[in-house]
Design a binder for this molecule. Sequence first.
Ligand SMILES: Cc1cc2nc3c(=O)[nH]c(=O)nc-3n(C[C@H](O)[C@H](O)[C@H](O)COP(=O)(O)OP(=O)(O)OC[C@H]3O[C@@H](n4cnc5c(N)ncnc54)[C@H](O)[C@@H]3O)c2cc1C
Length: 469
Amino acid sequence: MKKKRIDLGGYRVQMQEQSPEKRIKNFQSVPLGYSKKEVVKEAKRCLQCKGIPCELDCPINMKILEMIREIAIENFEKAFFIIKEDNPIPAITGRVCPQEAQCEGVCPLYQRGHGINIGKLEAFVADWARMKGIKEKFQIEEKQQKVAVIGSGPAGISCAVDLRKFGYQVTIFEALHKAGGVLQYGIPAFRLPTEIVDYEISYLDEIGVDIRLDFFVGQNIKFSELRNEYDAIFIGTGAGAPLFINIPGENLKGVYSANEFLIRVNLMKAYKFLEFDTPIVCGETIGVIGAGNVAMDAARCALRLGVEKVYILYRRTKKEAPARDEEIQHALEEGVVLKELISPNKFIGDDKGWLKEVELFKMELGDTDASGRPRPIKIEGSEFVLKMETIVEALGSMPNRLFLNKAPELEVNKWGQIKVDDNLMTQIPGVYAGGDAVRGNATVILALGDGRQAAASIHKQIEQHKAET
Ligand SMILES: Cc1cc2nc3c(=O)[nH]c(=O)nc-3n(C[C@H](O)[C@H](O)[C@H](O)COP(=O)(O)OP(=O)(O)OC[C@H]3O[C@@H](n4cnc5c(N)ncnc54)[C@H](O)[C@@H]3O)c2cc1C
């Protein structure tokens, strides 16, 4: 008798997680990771499709099938070396990539609700290697040329790693007191444990990348001076300037940008105030405007700070929410309430200048807009008021003018994103850029891919220059 198709691949091996009741009281990782037995079982479900859809849909075309094949036969070390060929930070991408929109989304088993859990397999091998102290093996043939990398987010990290492998003398300049960019200050530790980010940064140190912290290019050194001192420059300065909603009452105390809110919580450890110096003031009810990863992160941090009622205020519906599926699911399990089809109209304060209420419009959905989603339309006369002492605006961000104003020679578009050619070179020869500084709000894997591409372009340019002189 013919085997039923549903048996093919079987069901996804579920990952153990901290229970919602327990995890909202801590900042530790929500997923608890696969055991060896579980990871092998999950890998064995892979159909090893000939058309490699998962690899083709991965923005950096990681060798996913080869990795899974090795996991299935418990050869974790080989699996680790295979992913490291394309991805310097698999423990991070395995945890934060929007897999359902990439590799896992095109897995034939996904349509049946049981796509291969590629992200968690990737994170498993990277964690396994970290715990065993296994590192990528390569020889560095030292070269004299110096390359400056501005910014230590995923774009800067991947560019620096590849440049070191080529043998260049690499210095990363980072404005903050800790390296890692959004991985360090934006994504909370319950999604991306801090020790994993710290491990990747210490690896940079080990392979000889010089990291200068608290060093703002444009302030501590002029961009023009950097250009004179270095043979090439990579700009990976991200998109750290928040966008605001621009409605009355936005200056009230209690209204935060998601950037400030998350930096206070994650980087400055406000949840450990008084042990750490930075406080954070939240009322009983908090509204987070937006429904992307940033909004979910802010809402889930608020729960962990002990806020009683946490609302996501979204002008579309859950179906259109841009956050990763897992983040939405985790947020809702934890007690975050998603209020759909509403949009703030004004913030109302008390006589001491603190937010006390928010007036909102009800919304409806219209035709498709430029983002490919239904256009949210205000329903006139539908205003209503909700009591709320804290608002976090998670409406996206753009490249920071603080840097761009100090480097006016760089060409940018109307959103302040740096213009680059196909090789990621700006209009200034020898100056390259990538990640969110070029793309606006994008993803870790795209930033990482840009860093790698820019490193290859820089290497090619330096080699060509050598050949010509
Ligand atoms: C809260 C939050 C959650 C997110 N969640 C996800 C997710 O789940 N999955 C996903 O794929 N993506 C997610 N993203 C997006 C992702 O983190 C970014 O796309 C990615 O970090 C961009 O990398 P980058 O290297 O270009 O910039 P960044 O990570 O922003 O790093 C830029 C670095 O440059 C430094 N810098 C800026 N200017 C200067 C200067 N003049 N001198 C020196 N240093 C400077 C900054 O301090 C920063 O450290 C999230 C973003 C946020 C904010």
